[in-house]
Design a protein. Structure first.
Length: 256
């Protein structure tokens, strides 16, 4: 065992400029850390990354993508859980006459889906374009999202009261216009707030929110609408629409 004074002398010598021990000590300090040091640093970096992703804030991918959960729930819940049953209720009494067409159930659903896709293709890029050039003090993206959210609520009410194919089609078109009025500007929030080095991860999280919202609420809406009856069970239609509206409102408020 070395004497304490000898250890002190060695440390002092190592700190002397030009001493070989000084070069060894400098190399040791600059060498990559191994073992528990690396694990500890990796753990700290992971913690910071998780915190930056999940916290609420303008640059948080979680915050910026939260709207997609509710919007996907609304589109999928209405498209897969509500519209087919509403059309079935209409076609049970005969074929649907629309413009020059005489439609059965599948034809009526196809017309509704096609009109919705056309509206999405037109409105979403248009809303994004307008939000790029907007100078509104309330926020050039969030203002469009707020207007679209109000439109979604109105469209849901219109869909709940629709008692004919034409009225239902108008309600669905209104819903698509309002939803895509949100989605175009909302997608651009990633470019506005997320650093280029994290765009890929943020876009991946966006798809996670879309899949989660669609998967959870299409099942929920189908369970509710299983009790739906055109004449005596419309309360289940209203319950499904109210649920979807609440989800959209909560997710949109989180983002804006």
């Amino acid at each position: 065992m070395r004497h304490p004074e000898a250890v002190t002398d060695s440390v002092a010598a190592a700190r002397t400029p030009g001493n070989p021990l000084a070069r060894v000590a400098a190399a040791a300090l600059s060498a990559p850390r191994r073992g528990p040091f690396v694990i500890g640093e990796a753990s700290r970096r992971a913690t910071r990354a998780i915190s930056a992703t999940w916290k609420k804030g303008g640059a948080s991918p979680f915050n910026l993508n939260a709207y997609a959960f509710g919007l996907s729930a609304m589109f999928t819940g209405v498209g897969s859980g509500i519209i087919p049953l509403l059309v079935t209720g209409l076609t049970d009494r005969g074929r649907v006459h629309f413009l020059w067409m005489d439609l059965d159930k599948n034809g009526a659903i196809a017309v509704v889906s096609l009109c919705g896709l056309v509206m999405a293709a037109v409105v979403q890029p248009a809303a994004g374009f307008l939000s790029d050039r907007s100078q509104l003090r309330s926020g050039h993206r969030t203002t469009f999202m707020a207007i679209g959210a109000v439109g979604l609520v109105a469209a849901a009410i219109s869909l709940g009261t629709a008692d004919a194919f034409g009225a239902m089609l108008i309600a669905v078109i209104w819903l698509q216009v309002s939803g895509n009025f949100i989605q175009g500007p909302a997608n651009a929030l990633l470019v506005d707030h997320v650093p280029p080095s994290r765009i890929g991860a943020a876009a991946g999280l966006l798809n996670v929110f879309k899949v989660a919202g669609a998967g959870v609420f299409v099942i929920t809406v189908l369970l509710l609408m299983d009790n739906y009856d055109r004449d005596t069970g419309r309360v289940w239609l209203w319950a499904s629409l109210a649920l979807l509206v609440c989800v959209v409102a909560a997710s949109a408020l989180w983002t804006v």
